[in-house]
Design a protein around this ligand. Structure first.
Ligand code: ZN
Length: 561
């Protein structure tokens, strides 16, 4: 296996890429036998894989050190290059739809790639290249500003990840001050972010209208490749969460108030779920790789685990440091069939859940590496990918003594509590975007007011004081990068939670069966649509109200509510 440091980045030659894809496209359009068509497709897939790999590599190398201007410039190159590559891909796939061998190829490789081809035709066209480039550049602007955040706190300048532990400090004054510092940081960025977001909403709406849609909502759904559910299904799902989960979260907050012994549970108290503090890993940051590797050995009964191999070869970078981009992700390097795990461990309880989460993505990527000759079909749509990762978080419960010793139970309680609190939050992020893109002419103040109204609906327990004016006026959505960088990608996490919680619920009675369903979902990769994939793995639809009711019941029982 390659070591990560030996993989060299090389900027794709777009002239060569473009002319090769055009040649192949012509060949596909005239290919009359299966052999020729397959050979053309494989050559094309290799080109896509090379391009994707360099783009992914550029992102990773940039994120590992955001102060290195070289990769910042390279990302700028990709703003335009990836828009052009998408347009070429859409044209190529469109030719696949109409090529003489289409029926034979569908028979042989399944129709998922054909569904994707139709979808690409409906989401990308030459006419919107300028909009795509502008959109991508605005997304980079937001991410770059966030990664450069420097917040003065306790005599130090901290980035957003390093401020996080103070937000959940045991000392009420410390967390109050930390929230105040965070509030002031975002208040200072408010105008800039308002402008970036306003431009994004406008440019996305223009692109949608050029493609013939009324507004961006429909285009957003198609970009997220929602083949088998609609905005109505999603709206009903949010209603179910409001009805069956929000009351549980209100109960959780009441209990928290009692536990903390405060008169009133304030906004800055929310992250402090336990009086003695949220449990922190007993494993120091430098030990994460070894212990996580061990955990995966145990759960899958394979030694060394895939995680051991990834970390030995430099494909994990787990700890936060200055000039590292924020967030955590698993990025797949298609040419090498190896995933890279990136995150910002900072010694909080989130660390372990994040590593296990990204580990789930990495495991699934490896499991499905050969499921289709089409790189586009190796991994499923994003709500399904999030089941790979989120299920792993819940299935890891029995092993948590490895990370938390005698506090493992406290971790499980914390994690489940956070999962339930997350569901209404995720629905807010989703509903907010529907409101915004349904009325693209809203003024920035109106967007903040819309967020405030959603908080009152989904998080009725939040109380602000005068120290946090930015949050109080409805600004918190600006902290959520998905709202800026990946529109409509958020309800996916909620849908995935309901699926993952089903596996967790089953694992209480029959862990082997839950793990086997998990494995079959991972192995299927992206050869089918969301509802078909989960149904084939034996997981029920999250759009079924009874499923949500049952999950709500099991979770309450687990938390003794
Ligand atoms: Zn994920």
């Amino acid at each position: 296996m390659h070591h990560f440091r030996d993989i060299k980045y090389k900027r794709p030659d777009m002239e060569e890429f473009t002319s090769s894809v055009r040649d192949l496209r012509l060949k596909l359009m005239t290919a009359t036998d299966e052999e020729t068509a397959t050979s053309v497709i494989l050559q094309y897939e290799k080109l896509v894989s090379d391009f994707d790999t360099q783009y992914a590599l550029c992102n990773i190398l940039h994120d590992l050190d955001t102060s290195d201007d070289f990769y910042t410039d390279e990302l700028e190159f990709f703003d335009e290059a990836s828009a052009n590559a998408s347009e070429l891909a859409a044209a190529m796939l469109s030719s696949l739809l109409n090529c003489p061998c289409a029926d034979i190829l569908k028979e042989k490789y399944g129709d998922m790639i054909f569904k994707k081809a139709v979808n690409q035709k409906e989401t990308i066209s030459k006419e919107i290249i300028d909009e795509l480039i502008k959109e991508s550049s605005l997304e980079n602007d937001y991410s770059q500003i966030q990664s450069e955040a420097s917040i003065e706190f306790g005599g130090e300048n901290l980035n957003l990840s390093l401020l996080a532990p103070h937000l959940e400090s045991l000392d009420r004054n410390v967390r109050k001050e930390a929230h105040k510092a965070l509030d002031a940081y975002y208040a200072g960025k408010r105008e800039t972010f308002d402008k970036i977001y306003d431009d994004m909403v406008k440019v996305r709406t223009e692109a949608a209208q050029k493609l013939g849609y009324e507004n961006f909502v429909e285009l957003g759904y198609k970009r997220m490749e929602r083949y088998d559910y609609t905005r109505e299904d999603v709206a009903k799902f949010r209603e179910d969460i409001l009805k069956y989960i929000v009351p549980i979260t209100v109960e959780i907050r009441n209990l928290q108030k009692e536990r903390l012994g405060v008169d009133e549970l304030m906004f800055y108290d929310l992250p402090a779920l336990f009086k003695k503090g949220n449990p922190v890993p007993i494993v120091p940051g430098e030990g994460y790789e070894r212990v996580v590797g061990n955990f995966f050995e145990k759960i899958f009964e394979v030694d060394p685990s895939f995680f051991d191999i990834l970390s030995e070869n430099g494909f994990t970078d787990l700890l936060s440091r200055p000039n590292k981009a924020t967030g955590g992700y698993c990025m797949y390097l298609e040419d090498y069939a190896i995933p890279f795990i990136f995150m910002n461990g900072n010694g909080t309880a989130d660390d372990v859940a994040t590593i296990v989460h990204e580990g789930g993505h990495a495991y699934a990527a490896i499991k499905s590496a050969e499921v289709s000759p089409f790189v586009e079909c190796l991994s499923p749509t994003l709500e399904t990918c999030e089941i790979h990762s989120t299920s792993m978080e819940f299935l890891s419960y029995p092993y948590m003594d490895m990370f938390y010793g005698d506090k493992a139970d406290q971790y499980r309680q914390l994690h489940m509590t956070q999962a339930l609190l997350f569901l209404p939050y995720g629905c807010m992020v989703d509903e907010f975007q529907h409101i915004v893109y349904d009325s693209p002419d809203m003024k920035p103040e109106e967007r903040h007011a819309a967020w405030k109204a959603l908080e009152e609906k989904y998080q009725p327990f939040i109380k602000y004081d005068e120290d946090h004016p930015f949050h109080a006026m409805g600004g918190a959505w600006m902290k959520k990068d998905h709202i800026f960088t990946t529109p409509f990608y958020y309800i996916d996490y909620c849908l995935a939670h309901i699926c993952a919680l089903q596996l967790w619920d089953e694992s209480l009675e029959d862990p082997a069966s839950a793990l086997s369903k998990y494995n079959s979902l991972c192995e299927a990769g992206g050869v089918d649509t969301f509802l078909n994939l989960i149904s084939a793995a034996g997981i029920k639809s999250p759009f079924d109200t009874d499923v949500i009711k049952k999950i709500a019941y099991s979770c309450c029982k687990f938390l003794e509510l």
